[in-house]
Design a protein around this ligand. Structure first.
Ligand code: GP9
Ligand code: MN
Length: 732
């Protein structure tokens, strides 16, 4: 035993031995941080393996650089310095993570105020007794040197051997990258979430990744100037679609509740799945909303997302601008660009805003982007039930539980509020086995497992939405709210569509790009309780048009905002829907998709367009491409920072914090006293949490569900609610 220790100390007394010692200590500390401080959501052996090895390649590469130094003093100083830098980076992240549930990015460091917000005064409070583990190596190493148990090695390390170490670690890092890409394709280009990168590649690589992101964003940004705004302002002015008088302001002052329907495609609406010789209606509740005369339902709205998927949909709906051609806007610019987003615009009308989402707050960089958008609250996974294998999957908590858990926060929001629920259960891989009590809806029987599960998870989402509506009615929130539902993007990708074809009554063999384009339609429904003139509207439009539509419904003049969409209810709405890829678009007449042109009405391919058709196609193509171009100059140039065309002002992200949100809500209720408009206050400080998912409530309070003549406009949220006749009629 003694001999082994002696040998070990002798090895540590060589230069290579010293480098490897530091590497092993750094590795151990990283493992500790992964296990204790970070929530990396590591699943399966493969990810465990990746996390286990990832500190080593770059650790060796960096500490190994010291070996190039000949002089002993220099070698030891450089090795220790690099080691300390790695260590400081590790512990800074560990501490920062405790407050922000995210990693330190180069952006956060540059905007040092927000780092100090996390690491300044509060830093001391953030230390935990067991942090001693992070420091324990230092006295031990000092002691061993002091006692001459480890000696300084005066012999310079062979240059070629140093080079070999560099080459080896570079190779290991390349292998690490390769393995990471297998686990999560497009890990670095799509930038899903910071913790994905850390989990797969480690913290030093994350620093490089985040530095590159900042560099790329700043490159465009620094070239941009106020001049660049001119064409955008002209564009916005000339594309302004004036509101229809019949709709302008019909929801003024009401709560706005967005329900983000994950991966939900329009074809699910009214769809019946044939299984075991029976037909199963997949989404009965959403179908009832679709046909209700309280709903403005749209049948030709296309998703316009690209690699940013959910985050692209959010970007469009919140800011009226597109996501990027590459990667996610929220990830690359969301936390830094000046933006005039819906929550901020509505705050000027007295709205309080909140997001509810059952996944980690850092996914898609939401936690920083939402601050730039002016969201007052962000209730992420950390606010809800603890995740178990029964109640969640890799993208977070099951929707029903998220809805139920949200009530205790929702009821404390000051009204009117702008609240968004981002569901997740209907997300790839559509594994119903993970939705506990909801197993039962049949699987489809194609040869593609992904397609087979899609209907059951959509059915689960449908019933989750229904329980939420039941709650809204029971709690008296329904009448003075509008509920907007939208699908964010496809659930079944184009490559799987031929296998889906038979379920849609089509032939896999003749499935075309036209069919793919048509499947990009997603639901968009605005439920306006009390309104009786709801209908299904065939206007062609996209997600980019949803914000101006909402603004007009709420009676807000949208003309002064730099948004590139158009109110879908306006007579001036131009029906040219651009996909987030150049030259791909749909109009009621033409569909241009994947390099082919079709007649939108018949689906027939147009191979030899006559001159008139050619001209019309060119006009549509230019209009579509121009819309993207305008949006891109604003987004990549961060142009809103120069914009003087309205008096909205700028969000100060430092005004927002997403920790201790319930306390913050309660504090406002207290301050406002009798003036508090939260549901909780209005109901005499009684919680409505138990009204969720409780069918018995209906039996106890039949008077609240009786058909009464509907009242337009606002209803007092504290009085008993009454469902509008139209809604009742259409209800399932
Ligand atoms: C994750 C969820 C999914 O939080 O919003 O994002 P997606 O994979 O659909 O882009
Ligand atoms: Mn999504």
């Amino acid at each position: 035993m003694k001999k082994i220790a002696r040998n070990l100390l002798n090895f540590m007394s060589t230069r290579l031995g010293f480098v490897l010692t530091l590497l092993v200590v750094y590795w151990l500390k990283t493992m500790w941080a992964y296990a204790i401080d970070f929530n990396l959501d590591i699943q399966g052996l493969y990810q465990v393996f990746l996390a286990f090895i990832n500190p080593l390649p770059l650790g060796l590469l960096l500490i190994g650089l010291a070996l190039y130094f000949k002089r002993s003093k220099l070698f030891y100083s450089v090795a220790i310095l690099i080691y300390l830098l790695l260590f400081i980076w590790l512990i800074s992240n560990a501490i920062y993570y405790r407050e922000f549930s995210d990693f330190v990015t180069v952006n956060t460091m540059l905007a040092s105020s927000s780092v100090s917000a996390g690491l300044g005064e509060a830093a001391l409070e953030l230390f935990r007794p067991w942090d001693i583990i992070y420091l324990i190596d230092i006295p031990i190493l000092v002691y061993l040197f002091y006692k001459k148990q480890i000696r300084f090695d005066q012999r310079p390390f062979n240059k070629r051997a140093s080079f070999a170490i560099t080459a080896l670690s570079t190779m290991l890092f390349t292998a690490n990258l390769f393995l990471a890409e297998i686990d999560r394709p497009q890990l670095l280009t799509r930038g899903f979430s910071n913790y994905y990168v850390v989990r797969a590649l480690g913290l030093p690589a994350f620093l490089g990744y985040s530095g590159n992101q900042t560099y790329q964003a700043n490159k465009e940004r620094s070239k941009a100037s106020a001049e660049d705004l001119k064409p955008v302002e002209d564009y916005v002015k000339s594309h302004y679609a004036a509101p229809d008088k019949n709709y302008f302001g019909i929801a003024k002052g009401r709560n706005v509740i967005y329900l983000h329907l994950e991966s939900f495609q329009q074809f699910l609406i009214d769809y019946k799945l044939k299984a075991q010789d029976k037909e199963y209606e997949v989404t009965p509740f959403l179908n009832s909303l679709y046909h209700s005369n309280s709903t403005l339902a749209f049948s030709n709205i296309f998703n316009q997302v690209k690699a940013g998927k959910t985050s692209d949909a959010e970007t469009m709906l919140e800011t009226g601008l597109f996501g990027l051609n590459q990667g996610s806007f929220m990830v690359n610019y969301g936390g830094t660009n000046t933006q005039q987003a819906a929550p901020f615009i509505l705050s000027k009308q007295g709205y309080t805003s909140a997001v509810f989402h059952g996944n980690a707050g850092s996914f898609w960089n939401r936690n920083t982007t939402y601050k730039q958008w002016g969201y007052n609250y962000f209730f992420d996974q950390s606010y809800f039930s603890k995740l178990t294998s029964q109640n969640s999957f890799q993208y977070g908590l099951n929707d029903k539980i998220m809805f139920k858990d949200s009530i205790k926060y929702l009821e404390h929001l000051q009204q009117p509020f702008y609240a968004k629920y981002i569901t997740v259960s209907n997300h790839y891989p559509y594994t119903t086995s993970l939705i506990g009590d909801e197993i039962g809806f049949p699987q489809a029987t194609t040869k593609d497992e992904t397609i087979n599960g899609y209907f059951a998870t959509a059915n689960y989402l449908d019933s989750a939405v229904k329980s939420f509506f039941d709650y809204l009615k029971a709690a008296g929130l329904y009448e003075n709210s509008i509920i907007v539902l939208y699908g964010d993007h496809y659930g079944i990708s184009n490559s799987r569509n031929p296998a889906l074809a038979p379920l849609l009554g089509k032939d896999s063999e003749t499935w075309s790009s036209y069919d793919n384009a048509m499947l990009q339609r997603v639901p968009y429904m605005v439920v306006v309780p009390g309104m009786n003139s709801g209908k299904i509207i065939d206007t062609f439009g996209g997600q980019i048009d949803i914000l101006p539509t909402l603004e007009h419904l709420l009676g807000i003049d949208s003309s002064k905002y730099l948004q590139v969409g158009q109110d879908l209810l306006s007579a001036q709405h131009q029906q040219i829907v651009t996909f987030r890829s150049t030259n791909n678009f749909v109009t009621p007449k033409y569909t241009s998709y994947s390099g082919r042109i079709y007649n939108t009405q018949t689906g027939a391919e147009i191979t030899n367009p006559d001159p008139t058709t050619q001209k019309e196609l060119e006009d549509a193509r230019n209009a579509a491409n121009n819309q993207l171009k305008m949006s891109d100059t604003v987004q990549t140039g961060d142009l809103i920072r120069f914009y003087q065309g309205n008096d909205l002002g700028k969000v100060n992200s430092k005004d927002y914090s997403y920790t201790h949100s319930l306390k913050a809500e309660e504090k406002i209720e207290k301050q406002k006293g009798d003036q508090s408009t939260s549901l909780y206050s209005k109901r005499g400080n009684v919680s409505t949490a138990d009204l969720f998912d409780s069918p018995s409530y209906r039996a106890l309070h039949p008077e609240q569900f009786e058909t009464t003549s509907s009242q337009e406009g606002q209803a007092d949220s504290s009085s008993s609610s009454s469902s509008s006749s139209s809604q009742e009629k259409a209800g399932p």
